[in-house]
Design a protein around this ligand. Structure first.
Ligand code: SAH
Length: 217
């Protein structure tokens, strides 16, 4: 299988066709070898229009959703970005090619280890990964220009909003455990925020102290 062709088709037919227009996001998604981030048995399906298993009951998001979320962060280059839910590391790889510094938090150690290996192997060693409950954000590294949450939250944890610079953007799926709305929260002042609904979506749950209860799984 020619993965470069599969990637170009993925970007044209799924990501661009569904409305992602940011040229830099599209170009980076043409480059990052998504098949390396999925389980080996699923490599040939890595460029399909769906999420895929990455182990530990978690999934790598559908390509369109990765493109949409990245575009929605409105990055221009050089920013400091926080991702919650490293998972496979694919989204972090995409972010790292646009932003300056990427900090990513994952609660499952084996996923974080695997992501670390893949990111290092493709030259994304600049992504910082921490294993912990990410519902508190990453206080020591705050503030961030942008925060992306890649798991569905029951509500918006206040910590994320407080860890944004003024003008910073938080993109987060919020809703029930089964279905959410992707929201963008922009910090317009010290105590003021605006909120937009972007699209309906379906993510695995954000589990932790300020998220869903881990015991319910
Ligand atoms: N961004 C990932 C997709 C991740 S799926 C990718 O590109 O592959 C969501 C991830 O969020 C899972 O790996 C899950 O373990 C993680 N997660 C869920 N709750 C979390 C929490 N409280 N803190 C950190 N990570 C969490």
């Amino acid at each position: 299988m020619d993965y470069a062709i599969a990637r170009r088709n993925m970007v044209e037919r799924q990501v661009r066709a569904k409305g992602v227009t940011d040229a830099r996001v599209l170009e980076i998604m043409r480059q990052i070898p998504r098949h390396l981030f999925v389980e080996e048995a699923f490599q040939s399906q890595a460029y399909g229009d769906f999420p895929l298993p990455i182990g530990d009951k978690q999934t790598i998001s559908q390509p369109y959703m990765v493109g949409l979320m990245t575009e929605s962060l409105q990055l221009k280059g050089g920013e400091k970005v926080l991702e919650i839910g490293t998972g496979s590391g694919y989204q972090a790889a995409v972010l790292s090619k646009i932003a300056g510094r990427v900090y990513s938090v994952e609660r499952i150690p084996s996923l974080a280890r695997r992501a670390r290996k893949i990111l290092d192997s493709i030259g994304c060693g600049m992504v910082n990964i921490k294993v912990t409950d990410g519902t508190f954000g990453w206080e020591e590294m705050a503030p961030f220009d942008a925060i992306l949450v890649t798991a569905g939250a029951p509500m918006i944890p206040e910590n994320y909003k407080q860890q944004l610079v003024i003008g910073g953007r938080l993109v987060i799926p919020v809703g029930s455990r089964g279905v959410q709305v992707l929201k963008r929260v922009t910090r317009t002042g010290e105590k003021t925020f605006t909120e937009e609904n972007l699209v309906d979506c379906r993510f695995v749950p954000l589990l932790g102290k300020l998220g869903w209860n881990e015991e319910d799984c």
